[in-house]
Unconditional design. Sequence first.
Length: 479
Amino acid sequence: MRDAAASGATHVLAYGGARSGKTLALCYCIAVRAISAPQSRHLIARLHNVDVRHSVLMDTWPKLMRLAFPALRLEISRTDQIARLPNGSEICFGGLDEAERVEKLLGREYATIYVNEASQVAYDAVSVLRTRLAQSARKVDGRPLALKAYYDLNSVGRGHWTYREFIEKARPENGTPLADPASRAWVALNPADNPHLPPEALAELAALPARQRLRFHAGEYLAEAPGALWTLEAIEAGRVAAAPQMKRVVVGWIPPARTAPPAPARGSWPSASAWTAAATCSRDASCRLSPQGWAARTAEVFGRWRADRVVAEGNFGGAMVAHTLRTAAPHLPVKIVTASRGKHVRAEPVSALYEQGKVSHAGVFAELEDQMMLMTTQGYEGGASPDRLDALVWALSELMVDPPNAPRAGALGAPRPHAAVRGAAVERLGVEGSTFSQHRLSEQRDCDAVTSSAITLGVQQSGSCSDAQQPRLVRHPCG
């Protein structure tokens, strides 16, 4: 890592598995540069401001400075989100999801720019940031401080701009060779390289499903199925930490004749010009239980999320499904839907919502996301049936593709979504229904029974504002 950061390359990428120390290492590089060049300015940016604030400004950065430079007096302004060193150097921390904050960040020049979690940030946004890599700073010995841009990410698909630019040495927008390939360098860091990571954490990463294991444990860029409806980049672009308040919540449910779970999604109400929405996948509650067990689990998910409706597929006995669910909860509002088209046909309009940046995941849903990336325009290329994906498609279709009582285009009085409103997030709930954890994968309890799948989705009530009030910055700079 030290060799790559100190090389003659202006742009340096650190990629690899989770918990490998990428963020700490690059923050150390920035600290060394800031100390060596008085009055220099450096930027650490991430897609969401709340993430860079809590994860880096308030956690990684002060921890690094205490460990590496204990004698150095550090001043941190949480209001301005700036760390100031005694020599006058400043390290700025900012998110790319708020227009006012972005304009403030772009109003200054920097000697170093570090894009943290670059998998979430679009190439267009990175290109704009690079225009601010222009501060002329000098080291204590009078020599100029070379401009540097750092990037890090957990490995994603090979279609991502970082793979094209740093690994293939090609321009991401058109595939032509870079004019100066030596200006790009990369280094791979993986959990096994981190001597401070507990063995139990390594074992957890090694036990992930195949594709997730390649990404988070082996740190490899993933090959994608030809014609895949979803890419890891599209999913990553909308990943958030918490789900907002929802206006409408739906539980998408797949009957136990299959092998999948329940999960939630959320979205925003329409604008005056067209029906639009932003949704969040909130829970994967797949389980292997008896008919009474999975019906009770669905009722529990429904009550916990204060849902409005359960959308259940009825191809495998619609009457039985409705009867079993209502036996567990007599007043449960159940809508039985019948699949008359192929899975990939039903999934296409839902995948388009992801491309438009209207659906977010709060946390990682390994099994669901694996199924999503194996659904192609020709059909599903996985082994078993994509039950989790089916549940997601039914729930999002109910909320956003064909929502009930959707206002007509241009309907008078239809609320306009506020520009700051983003898609909801996905959280993972343990199958026992007793614990709620956002960023951890919870195990499924196997019983001598069948498997059911449910996805919970919700619709968010947005604020309103005029066109003139809406920021020019795209809502998801990564999308």
